[in-house]
Design a protein around this ligand. Sequence first.
Ligand code: UTP
Length: 296
Amino acid sequence: MARLKKIRKAILPVGGLGTRFLPATKTMPKEMMPILDKPLIHYAVEEAIKSGIEEFIFITGRGKTAIVDYFDRSYELNETLLKKNKLDELNLVNELVLLPGKMSFIRQQEPLGLGHAVWCARNFIGNEAFAVILADDLIFSDTPCLQQLIEVYNEAPGNIVAIMDILKDQTGKYGILDTNKREKGKIVDAYGMVEKPSPEKAPSTLAVIGRYILDASIFDFLSKEEKDSTGEIQLTSAIDAMAKDVPLKGVRFLGDRYDCGDKAGFLEATIRVALQHPEIAEKARDIIKQAQEIKV
Ligand code: UTP
């Protein structure tokens, strides 16, 4: 296991096909879909910065160049906004343009799964523990979810995953923590993880959400992983295999999580942001009231 060091690097896998949002994702990366006025990936990077992350490694794929451009300086737009004296807007578009060298983009040539996406970053991580953030899990919280995980890691290094309690009939949609601990505390020690088990086979009802702190030895485990029945290399099974060597903990984070890779979750997140948005909160309330009268 790598020595305890500050968590400085985050991997942001954005190479998936986003099939649940076709046809929109035919030409637009899922992670660029806006929750009102900010794309999902913006929220993810914001959360990482607030959690102390200094280096960002994006795993991109075909059709994902809009993400690369989003984090670059746009000279034409900057010039135009400056000429029109739109200084607030100018600040907004440059908010997440980091110093050169702080963001790297690696092409995952084929979307072979989340485990494969993470493995693609192996030469950029070296021998230090790192974070993984899935932008489609959007989390609103007072303390950023990733920071909550980092705080646990700093007390007891190992693999740390964000978890939430789910209903038993939902286990087939998530990676599930393998633990026999029934306590309701914040930190749960685990033996491993199981990918999308049926309710009968699920070892618990603790679902793993898209925030991870991983030891660098995960890359050795990922190298040995075989493709599963869907042709993907799973992160879950590498974390599970590793649990014998590296302690695995789940953290019941404080916050509200929205699955924005799914249509209903995306809509719910949009409504929440609209209802809290200083410019349109009032209007949003009216729209929602009126919507209840729409005949369906
Ligand atoms: P999902 O499981 O949501 O898959 O990926 P997806 O392809 O994006 O979406 P659907 O299920 O087809 O609608 C979770 C995260 O992992 C990334 C995705 O971009 C997303 O951020 N990912 C997934 C990769 O980077 N590479 C992959 O091969 C698969």
